[in-house]
Design a protein. Structure first.
Length: 495
């Protein structure tokens, strides 16, 4: 079997042996021994000492078939009959170059029968020799509609991702293509900036090219994750493949402030006439060291060090314990600054100033500061703790939420940019702008009890259902915050 790696290098995986499950098999039901057999693999020119279980190999095969970024059929745009009587179809691909190409009808039908059937129906080919086999599927509208919906869901995995109006690449190949298409080097510069940042923090130790893996270390891969900030800044982050390491006995838990906790901090700041500032600790994870023994082979993004064996020294995004290591580092820093965690929520920190408290709410590396002198706390973080801060100032956008004051001076939290992103996504998906108002959350004459659409897959559960649930909770808390603030004004409390 072959697997496309995260650096877009296609390598072949060969099973070269396996380990006997031994006495462990006695504790499994009959026929389940494969679950604990471990297989030794050869990947490209390298043989991994780690052993993969049967289920791990199945996960690789499934990820290979669903992997984002692969070329997929976007539609059939033509057909022709060859001299030998066989048919070919012209396929439009969802790949990066957008090129059309001719392929045998049988090959495309085996890969995507839905697109072929749709094309046959639209071009009145169901009675033509060689196309008649698709008539049976077309005559079953209910099943055909269900398969069509499944096909759309699968195609959506390969569709371009947008954020704040910018196309966000999924991998290096797509990032470089976008640079060429746009006539700039935004993504290349973002990747170079990330590697330089790693070098500034001495994140890796090079053991040279062709060096054997040190004893006790696990060989992993690293890849880039791309993003666009709300201000249009291009971001490329190097992420380690922590999923390739064994789960450690040491706790890797790292908490964050809840949305409710953040709203309470904002509410307290208003009631006590405190300034509310936001800031972001740059390169947060790199401020701490990892205890995991992991290494990787450097890719072309490392320039002259391509092919070198690199030992990971600093905590990297993607490693299992990095969140906990950074949390420990920030914990020590805030304790040094005489802040103490709230008894109600560990990631809300407080410092007693006699007539009031100062507050810092922590969400990984994003801080919200409530104080009468937030500049003083910023100086302590920068000069005393040697943190590099960015986006510092009166809070206007924090954790996906906009902050502004109404005409009467009331602090309001809203999801303006978040809703704008939703509207843009709706318009890209359906080709029209969403309606501005609804009298009911349901469409007229809608009968949800008769819904025969397919159930959500795991991808849909996580990305669609949970996101809708979180949005609903956000709207409720936002309304609660505004109502309580206005009641406080009516009762004469300071705001």
């Amino acid at each position: 079997m072959s697997q496309p790696f995260d650096d877009n290098v296609q390598q072949r995986i060969e099973i070269i042996g396996h380990a006997d499950p031994g006495e462990e098999a006695n504790f499994l039901p009959e026929g389940r021994n494969n679950d604990i057999i471990k297989w030794k693999l050869k990947v490209g020119e390298h043989t991994y000492d780690e052993l993969w279980t049967y289920n791990q190999m199945l996960e690789v095969i499934e990820r290979d078939s669903l992997r984002q970024g692969h070329w997929a059929v976007d539609g059939i745009v033509g057909h022709r009959k060859l001299k030998n009587g066989s048919w070919e179809v012209k396929v439009k691909w969802t790949g990066y170059e957008g090129e059309d190409s001719w392929h045998p009808l049988n090959d495309i039908a085996n890969d995507d029968p839905i697109s072929v059937t749709m094309y046959a129906v639209e071009n009145d080919l169901l009675k033509t020799q060689g196309w008649k086999r698709f008539a049976r599927m077309a005559r079953r509208p209910k099943k055909f509609r269900r398969l069509l919906n499944q096909s759309k869901i699968k195609a959506r995995r390969h569709a371009p991702m947008y954020k704040f109006g910018h196309w966000v690449p999924r991998d290096i190949k797509e990032a470089l293509y976008l640079d060429r298409a746009n006539g700039n080097n935004h993504w290349a510069e973002a990747m170079a900036k990330e590697v330089n940042k790693m070098d500034d923090h001495e994140s890796f130790k090079s053991l040279g090219k062709g060096t054997a893996k040190p004893e006790g270390f696990t060989m992993i891969r690293v890849h880039f994750v791309f993003d666009v900030k709300h201000d249009g800044q291009y971001k490329a982050r190097l992420v380690a493949g922590g999923h390739m390491t064994q789960v450690t006995a040491e706790s890797s838990y790292s908490g964050v402030v809840s949305l409710r906790g953040q709203r309470i901090v904002a509410f307290i700041a208003e009631l006590n006439d405190l300034e509310l500032w936001g800031t972001d600790i740059g390169n947060a994870y790199l401020k701490s060291y990892t205890k995991e023994k992991v290494c990787f082979i450097a890719g072309p993004e490392f320039g002259e060090r391509e092919g070198h064996l690199m030992i990971i020294v600093r905590a990297q995004y993607g490693l299992r314990s990095s969140g906990a290591r950074w949390h420990d580092r920030l914990f020590d820093s805030l304790m040094d600054m005489s802040f103490r965690p709230s008894k109600a929520e560990d990631d809300i920190w407080m410092r007693d100033k006699g007539d009031h408290y100062k507050y810092i709410s922590v969400y990984v590396d994003d801080l919200a500061i409530a104080s009468r002198n937030p500049k003083g706390i910023i100086e302590e973080l920068e000069k005393g703790q040697k943190f590099k801060l960015k986006g510092t100032g009166p809070i206007s956008y924090h954790l996906g939420c906009d902050y502004k004051r109404d005409e009467d001076g009331t602090l309001a939290m809203g999801l303006v940019r978040y809703i704008e992103r939703m509207a843009e996504g709706y318009e890209r998906t359906f080709g029209t702008k969403p309606r501005q108002s609804y009298r009911s959350p349901l469409e007229p004459n809608d009968h949800p009890e008769l819904d025969d659409t397919t159930l959500l897959e795991m991808d849909g559960i996580v990305k669609q259902y949970q996101s809708m649930h979180q949005r609903s909770a956000s709207y409720v808390w936002q309304a609660f915050f505004v109502i309580v603030t206005k009641i406080s004004n009516m009762l004469g409390y300071p705001t």
